[in-house]
Design a protein around this ligand. Sequence first.
Ligand code: PLP
Length: 441
Amino acid sequence: MALDRPAAPNDLNAFWMPFTANRQFKKAPRMIVAAEGMHYTTSDGRQILDGTAGLWCCNAGHKRPRIVEAIQTQAAELDYAPAFQMGHPRAFELANRLVDLAPDTMAHAFFVNSGSEAVETALKIAIAYHRARGDGARTRLIGRERGYHGVNFGGISVGGIVNNRKMFGTLLAGVDHLPHTHIPENRWTRGQPEHGAHLADELERIVALHGPETIAACIVEPLAGSTGVLIPPKGYLQRLREICTKHGILLIFDEVITGFGRLGSPFAAQHFDVTPDMITCAKGLTNGVIPMGAVLTSAAIHDAFMTGPEHLIELFHGYTYSANPIACATAIASLDTYREEGLFERCAELAPYWEEGLHSLRDCPHVIDIRNMGLIGAIELEPIPGEPTKRAFAAFLEAYDKGLLIRTTGDIIALSPPLIIEKAQIDELFGTLRGVLHAIA
Ligand SMILES: Cc1ncc(COP(=O)(O)O)c(C=O)c1O
């Protein structure tokens, strides 16, 4: 660390922290000053095992040499170039790399700067696509209860998390929601649950209510992460695909968490063998290091816009930082790291060991459900009566004290370590968590 930089700032007031209990944090700050491999270093010099890959994004762990070098080199060569009516080679290289990695039908990549922007972009493309084909009445969007699609207006409209919606007015009109798939019969399931494929049929009910000719797209996370790790029941995604195809509705998979190896395949679409019409991604795209997201689309969607006079812009959408050269270089270096180290395959190999370790916590106090897939796990705790979220937050603080970073949502502990985790670190993680669950009230 540079000597002229303090290990901790002396005034915490100015920074309004995102998704944070600001007043509580500023009374007892948890300050991270460095990271390498599987660990964070705190301002008081402690090593913290990263049980969450940052925010589900550092799939190759921290301070990876290829990525650090790519950023340095790119910054020295081409720091910024406009992406409107101009191009630079890295953007095209990255688009090709992504299309190669994605399911076969994905043929194009549109670059954005976050998962939230990827979602907004996909929803706009869906509506504009139908209009471009002369099907302009298709404007409705279908999301799902307990879905998380970022925090912009489109995303919270199709999303299904009450606290993310209720403060922000009426949101987008013409949105409907499928029921979530988290049903009690599926408690303690390892991998995909048996029950709940029929919940996809609710889409038929919504279609019948509004008329298929009014619906543009249905967006779901193939595996819902931020809302507490809700694994799709067997057959559910296949059924959604069938219904969307039958009614001409575009299916969008929000793979901001599941993209880039989290389930052991490049994308969840491949893992579940269900192909959507668009994929949104971010996070692991750049190993979380530089903000970047993308929307992957089929050729049919892209080609519907490629009509009319060639000198005219086909899609009036884009961001100043779309395909930022440093972001592109970071993404390419991340994909190189994933490939060279075989991290997606490694995830698939480690998944059974991870599952065993996770489910060994079943006998711990407060635990009412455990679920897992790939290198994702959730431990659901019995809420303290009248004080939802308090118990899980206590677990978060206790884990941090014990040298482990976990994430909590509601009363659910969500885990998603970097894919470089070693078996001994998996043991350490669950050993620490066992201590945490015994320590909290
Ligand atoms: C499925 C999903 N979509 C969208 C987002 C939003 O991404 P960002 O925070 O980069 O805007 C997230 C973030 O966790 C996510 O999990």
